[in-house]
Design a protein around this ligand. Structure first.
Ligand code: HEM
Length: 120
């Protein structure tokens, strides 16, 4: 297994991630009103920026989560899905760094939302 090296690797990972996340009965309803065709390129460029410093992502990711009625459990599900999908496809320094960043962002978002720290 190799590490992520291109934006196509991020896209493949995100497609795998959303198939699994949307098959989770607790997480799926959060995405009921989301246009996934529009959402996907935004999250790909967000993670591309973190992985390679090259994404075109401009936005306020935290603010987009404010109206979503998230819970600490949802952050745990999100993070575990993120890690298991990444581990299915890639291994190496970039993959490890993405998991670390995801975990750290999960704690920061949960804290800013006034939630309990996720059990991750
Ligand atoms: C824990 C770390 C998380 C990270 C790093 C993250 C990252 C992102 C990013 C980059 C966006 C795109 C924002 C934009 O369009 O500018 C986004 C949107 C979104 N996220 Fe997250 N997210 C996290 C947690 C979660 C969780 C736990 C859920 C629910 C299970 C969730 C559901 C959503 C939804 C529904 C949107 C679309 C919001 C909209 O377009 O109005 N996210 N997220």
């Amino acid at each position: 297994m190799s590490d992520l090296t291109t934006v196509d690797d991020i896209t493949k990972f995100m497609e795998h991630f959303y198939v699994r996340l949307l098959s989770n009965p607790i997480a799926a309803p959060i995405f009921d009103d989301i246009d996934m065709e529009a959402h996907m390129p935004r999250v790909v460029s967000f993670w591309e920026g973190i992985a390679f410093g090259s994404g075109q992502y401009r936005g306020s990711p935290f603010e987009r989560h404010l109206p979503l009625e998230l819970t600490s459990e949802l952050f745990t599900i999100w993070y575990e899905t993120f890690c298991s999908c990444l581990d299915d496809l890639y291994e190496g320094a970039i993959a490890t760094m993405l998991k670390e960043r995801a975990r750290s962002i999960a704690f920061i978002f949960a804290h800013k939302l006034g939630l309990e720290a996720p059990a991750i």
